[in-house]
Ligand binder design. Structure first.
Ligand code: PHE
Length: 463
């Protein structure tokens, strides 16, 4: 007999848990460096537009499907369209994406853990900004240390997921997300006083159309999917824990806006440091670790602030990694009838093992061969596979499924339960049917090299 599914204990509990899953390394770690690499202002605007017009509609779609079916990502399609194996594969794709993301996510979060201890040791004392910044490379090149923290972070995630959603996810999200926002606002305000603030603001907000690269629009879309935790079954699974009286459209809007605000705060915090101390915006995946400690070193109470920041970074990564592991676990439990214990432990061990090459990708001789062969570290290769192929494919399938396969009546009914924004159903359906699939297809064709949007645009529009 099917057990009664667990539900969120309160409305705010759900918002915080969903926000906790969404807000994570994507906003604090990925947004700043991808923005730096893509030239700033215009990219930021595109990211915001993508989040509003594609991300949020797909976010709503995932919650609706999940709540309707009351199952994990794979089971949803099995229940809603029982005789189609094709759609079931969309659910599996989500599980695979979550697994792959988790494998390198815990490496980055592991660096964060190491920075907590480095902060306690005040590693920035008596060092020049260059030296502080270079500490990151030393860490990333130390395979054994990175591996150790990768293990620790995976183990912590497993320990939190183990007791089940209510006691695990909800409990943690409440404190961490609010604490993080407060600290970010404070740090961003301090950054306002740095000399480089004007340049940073210009870089972040001024759209430089001469620099316009359509492929950056596509990157922005991928980032928006990543930060909203879309295309991988997370929100499908979270939706399945929602009650009928929850307001899906409003909740989704709130979370979308939170994501944008926190990304911008992270940008406002980091870019003034870059411009004040002469770093390059294109600092790559180490950007946040390389820049912030330079700011902390100048602050009174550096020890406290630096330790607090990296602790919160780790916690916010944890509320996301919990979600990633939860997707894997929910599906194992639904489909293989595994116990929670068995599912959580299996997922944890598998994630740790698969993450080893990512943890060692900067240091190990074996994996430097990988670099030679593919021109990218193992870490970056997995990140690419997920962001270029898997997330967009997942998002595409979700939007096509919701827009075209899922019965209109059911979608209207589910959208309308618990919301006062019933008038938004039609516009939402339009975005899910047309805008999202078209935009996602363009991203994939561009990335696969089948079409070159940069060339098309430059040829026809700009010259
Ligand atoms: N959205 C999370 C972040 O921004 C990453 C994530 C992706 C978490 C997918 C869960 C699922 O860090």
């Amino acid at each position: 007999m099917q057990k009664q599914r667990e539900h969120w204990s309160s409305h705010i509990g759900f918002i915080l848990a969903a926000a906790g899953s969404a807000i994570g390394l994507g906003t604090l770690w990925k947004f700043p460096y991808v923005t730096g690499e893509n030239g700033g202002g215009l990219f930021v605007i595109m990211y915001i537009l993508c989040t509003f017009f594609i991300g949020i509609p797909v976010f709503i779609a995932e919650l609706i499907l999940g709540r309707r079916a009351q199952r994990g990502a794979v089971g949803i399609f099995e229940k809603l369209t029982p005789d189609s194996t094709f759609w079931k594969s969309a659910g599996w794709l989500g599980v695979i994406s979550s697994f792959l993301i988790m494998s390198y996510y815990s490496v980055v979060a592991g660096w964060g853990l190491n920075y907590v201890f480095m902060s306690l040791n005040q590693f920035y004392l008596n060092r020049t900004p260059e030296q502080i910044s270079a500490s990151f490379d030393i860490l990333a090149n130390a395979g054994d240390i990175t591996l150790f923290w990768h293990f620790m972070f995976t183990a912590i995630t497993v320990a939190v997921v183990y007791p089940g959603i209510r006691h695990g996810i909800e409990y943690w999200s409440k404190f961490m997300t609010s604490g993080l926002v407060v600290l970010l606002v404070g740090l961003a305000m301090y950054s306002l006083t740095l000399d480089g603030f004007g340049d940073a603001l210009r870089f972040l907000l001024y759209p430089d159309f001469d620099e316009f690269k359509p492929s950056a629009a596509l990157e922005a879309l991928g980032l928006s999917f990543f930060t909203l935790s879309l295309g991988q079954g997370i929100m499908l699974t979270y939706g399945s824990y929602m009650r009928r009286n929850e307001d899906i459209p409003k909740t989704s809007g709130i979370i979308g806006i939170m994501i944008i605000v926190i990304s911008l705060l992270a940008g406002i915090m980091i870019f003034p440091i870059i411009f004040s101390f002469g770093f390059a915006p294109q600092g790559g995946p180490g950007l946040v670790f390389k820049t912030l400690p330079v700011l902390f070193a100048k602050l009174p109470g550096a020890l406290l602030i630096s330790t607090l920041f990296f602790t919160l970074l780790v916690f916010t990564a944890l509320t996301s990694s919990i979600a990633l592991v939860e997707v894997i676990v929910a599906n194992f439990m639904d489909l293989m009838e595994w116990s929670r214990k068995k599912a959580v432990l299996t997922a944890g061990i598998a994630v740790f093992i698969f993450g080893i090459p990512s943890a060692l990708s900067n240091s190990d001789i074996l994996f430097s061969k990988w670099h030679e062969l593919y021109g990218k570290t193992f870490f970056a290769t997995i990140d690419d596979i997920v962001s270029i192929w898997l997330l967009p494919t997942g998002g595409l399938m979700i939007s096509i499924y919701t827009g075209w396969i899922f019965e209109k009546e059911k979608s209207r009914e589910e959208f309308n339960f618990g919301t006062s924004l019933k008038c938004l159903w039609r516009p939402w359906l339009f975005f899910v049917r047309w805008v999202a699939p078209a935009a996602i297809m363009v991203i994939m064709l561009q990335k696969s090299g089948l079409i070159d949007v940069d060339k098309i645009f430059h040829g026809r529009v700009l010259y």
